[in-house]
Every structure is written in C-alpha cells, then in structure tokens.
Write a protein that binds this ligand. Structure first.
Ligand code: SF4
Ligand code: SF4
Length: 249
C-alpha cells in the first residue's frame, strides 16, 4: 500500500529494500518502503494527572485535538516541530518517551497566548506548555530553562520587596544563566532609552536601581506568600510522587 504522508513518519522508522523482487516484480528502493512495527509498552498512565496538577495544566483533559493551537502558534510558524496539539495528545495518552524526544524545545513557548485565544475548548494551551516545562524540570528530564530562571528571579524579587526594579531583574537573570551583561542588544536598548526617554524618567529609574525600593509594611505579606508557595510546591511534588525539596515535610 502506498504511503501518502511519508513526511509525517520518522526517517528511522521507514525501511526500504535496496533489492527486492516479489512474484517476479522488481520492487526495489522506494517501491518497497515499509513502516517499522512499533510496540509501545512504557505508557505513563499518570502523565495527564501529573501535568494537570501543575499550574496551567488544569484543563488539559478538555482538548479535542482540533489543532487550532498549533495553527495559531507563533513558534510553530518558525519551527514545525514545535507542536502544542501533539504534545497535549502525547500527554493525554501517556506516551512519555515520545514526548521526551521534544524536551529541549517545549520551553521555547513565548507565552504570546495566540493558542489560548484560538482554542475552542478553553484548554489554555499556553498554560499547558508552562506546566509541561515545569513537569520536565521537576522530573529531572531537563535542566531549568532560561524562562524558568527568569520566572524565579522575577518572583523572588516580588516576594522579597513587593516591587519590581527592572535593572535588578535583568542583572540577576543574566548572572543566574551565566550570561555576560555586555550584550549588544542590551547596550543598544540602553542607548535608545537615553536618547528618547525624558530625563526625569531616566533619573527616577537610576535612583530606583540604587535605592532598591520596597513596599512599606510588606513583611506579613512576604511571609504569607512564602508559606503559600511552599505549600503549593509540596502539593505539586506530591502529585508527581517526588520527595519534598528540603527533607521530609
Ligand atoms: S503561547 Fe506558546 S504555544 Fe501558544 S501560540 Fe504562543 S508560542 Fe505557541
Ligand atoms: S486548540 Fe484547544 S482543543 Fe484544539 S488541539 Fe489545541 S488545545 Fe486542543
């Protein structure tokens, strides 16, 4: 039987015989293409539940595989391997090993939310991408992604001070991801800011970076946030059957 959509099958799963004759008919080369039989035995039956337990993944069960998310996706337009619909499918049926083949690109979601607006089932595919990245990291399949580092640096500053100072966020993000602060695009951005922003605003920004502003009376809110985050972290680890982060609870 001819294989119409050969491009959708991984090259390593296609077998061709250089020389093959069947009933006196020469079917050598692409005429004898076969798809290798695949038996999957390593399903992770808890995978959907695990991803659904993480923030953003709650509505993954609603997906009906229409593909509108992938059609609308900004990153898919550049890299066809970036396929939210397919990853949601793999997660729902528990094909962990198959999903792991794409583990190094899932974090590349830029959170534009075009998929979220396109989804007719309110799955929140952008949230599912975040949950999947988090799941991969918690399970030890990937290192912390740059976007995860950024989220952490951002959150730590808000928890600590109740405010965000962009300069400090960028400096800490670069330090944590081992990047030089002297980046061409950053230098260019600063030059443009100096050229185009009002002096008063630049002065206020500079002052904030030195004074490290914090919200007055933030202490109680900070403690409550820390407690809540620790509680949620423990919940997520429990859902994934992982040990608590700092010894037994
Ligand atoms: S939020 Fe992520 S998955 Fe959704 S369209 Fe944007 S890049 Fe694609
Ligand atoms: S748009 Fe929504 S329902 Fe359709 S495949 Fe994507 S997540 Fe599933």
């Amino acid at each position: 039987m001819p294989i119409h959509e050969k491009s959708l099958i991984r090259q390593e799963n296609l077998i061709e015989h250089e020389k093959l004759e069947i009933d006196g008919i020469d079917v050598s080369g692409h005429w004898s293409t076969f798809i290798q039989t695949r038996v999957v035995t390593d399903y992770n039956e808890d995978m959907e539940t695990e991803v659904a337990a993480l923030p953003g993944g709650e509505h993954i069960h609603r997906c009906w595989q229409c593909g509108s998310c992938t059609n609308a996706c900004t990153v898919n337009a550049i890299n066809p391997d970036f396929n939210p619909r397919y990853w949601i499918y793999l997660t729902r049926i528990g094909m962990e090993a198959e999903l792991l083949r794409d583990k190094d690109i899932i974090w590349q979601c830029i959170s534009c939310n075009k998929c979220t607006y396109a989804c007719p089932r309110d799955v929140n595919p952008e949230g599912v991408m975040k949950a999947l990245s988090h799941w991969l990291e918690l399970k030890g399949h990937t290192e912390k992604s740059p976007s995860m580092h950024f989220d952490e640096v951002f959150s730590e500053q808000v928890f600590q001070t109740g405010k965000i100072e962009e300069g400090r966020t960028i400096r800490r993000f670069f330090a944590r991801t081992g990047q030089e602060l002297n980046q061409d695009w950053l230098v260019e951005m600063i030059i443009r800011m100096v050229r185009h922003l009002p002096v008063k605003l630049l002065f206020a920004m500079g002052l904030q970076s030195v004074l490290k502003p914090r919200t007055r009376g933030w202490g109680k809110a900070r403690d409550a946030i820390h407690e809540y985050v620790a509680e949620k972290d423990a919940e997520h680890r429990k859902a994934l059957k992982l040990d608590p982060p700092h010894g037994p609870a």
